[in-house]
Design a protein around this ligand. Structure first.
Ligand code: PMP
Length: 353
């Protein structure tokens, strides 16, 4: 039975990417060797890394002066690398708290110095994006999460002010057109819109590297990885390769402008049903709704068993909300076709029959 995969991450990847990736595991580039058994210093793999980095720059329209890194340790390691590299000794960092992932980033920053939470939506269960706050001019940087995977909220406007900007884009990178020149560090775990788990994309403005005045262990220092072209140590070869394939797929589709249109159509369809169907309630404030993670609840919890059975019957997979919030969450990342959203909408309508 065809599955409709609404997983929040690791999540759906294009079928053709999975097929090419599986072929490369057996016989890469016709070498009669597997991608995962050749040296990362071989010319065949170096071409993969170069191509992956070039595709990131092209798709996101990054100007000169940014390094593109494929690191390990997940976005969670960036929660500590960013403050380690940017917060001055006796300095200060500003954070916007919009959910569990922001909170985890804040916890890590506190290990390095004064960490000010300039705005939070915790008062209403992280169901909205705080607005209209001031960014302290003396902060070394401000950190925010562009899309809150668990709660289903998304930033439409990014903090301003004359301080460095660090953004966790794990769950909406490559999904919409954004001016990336406004950011100094962008990071994202690969396992939503880019590829399999196992690598973390870091985009960093070169001029901000090495200014904290701290002595940083090599592996946690952006300078190490930027200088070595993301090849200081053995990179995660398979996740980088599959990310390259996914970015090629996205380019062939017409890039970010094309996928943004598709993502908008999917989100409109699903939110339209949530708003029109009396059996469901949306979780996030309407103006802050995410186009990647759509969170909703049943108006009558006693219908859960019935709805879950309809979903199983329709091949709908991984629709449960995050364990910390309950309800439902449909993750409708780039690779999820609109047909899958149509199947979900029909299941929601069938509940009322
Ligand atoms: N930030 C966001 C917005 C996330 O959605 C996630 C994970 N889903 C993380 C950070 C943590 O990523 P990782 O598991 O790669 O450390």
């Amino acid at each position: 039975m065809k599955k409709h995969n609404f997983s929040a991450g690791p999540s759906i990847l294009p079928q053709e990417v999975l097929k090419k990736a599986s072929e490369a595991v057996v016989n890469f580039n016709g070498l009669n060797l597997s991608l995962i058994e050749i040296s990362h210093r071989s010319k065949d793999f170096i071409a993969v890394m170069d191509n992956a980095q070039a595709l990131v720059k092209e798709l996101l329209e990054l100007p000169e002066g940014y390094s593109v890194l494929f690191l390990q340790g997940g976005a969670s390691t960036q929660f500590l690398m960013a403050p380690y590299n940017l917060m001055k000794v006796d300095g200060k960092a500003a954070y916007v708290d919009t959910g569990s992932w922001s909170s985890k980033a804040i916890k890590e920053a506190k290990n390095f110095g004064e960490t000010v939470v300039v705005a939070s939506s915790k008062d209403k269960g992280y169901s909205y994006i705080p607005k209209g706050y001031d960014v302290p001019a003396d902060a070394d940087y401000i950190h925010f999460t562009s899309n809150n995977t668990i709660f289903g909220t998304q930033l439409n406007e990014f903090p301003g002010g004359d301080v460095l900007k660090v953004v966790d884009m794990s769950s909406d990178i490559f999904s919409r057109k954004i001016d990336f020149t406004q950011f100094d560090i962008v990071y994202a775990g690969a396992q939503k819109n880019m590829g399999p788990a196992g690598t973390t994309l870091v985009i960093i403005k070169d001029e901000i590297i090495g200014n904290s005045g701290r002595t940083i262990p090599s592996m946690l220092d952006y300078a190490t990885h930027a200088k070595a072209g993301s090849m200081f140590n053995t990179p995660p070869v398979f996740p980088v390769y599959v990310s390259m394939l996914t970015l090629e797929w996205l380019k062939e589709k017409g890039g970010i402008a094309a996928i943004e249109k598709e993502n908008q159509a999917k989100a409109d369809l699903l939110y339209g049903e949530i708003d029109n169907n009396p059996s469901f309630n949306g979780f996030a404030a309407k103006e802050d709704r995410s186009n990647m993670n759509v969170t909703f609840t049943l108006a009558d919890e006693s219908l859960k068993e019935k709805f879950d059975a309809i979903c199983v019957e329709a091949g709908i997979s991984a629709l449960n909300g995050h364990r910390s919030v309950g309800g439902y969450r449909a993750s409708i990342y780039n690779a999820l076709p609109i047909e899958s959203v149509q199947v979900l909408v029909k299941a929601m309508q069938d509940l009322n029959k």
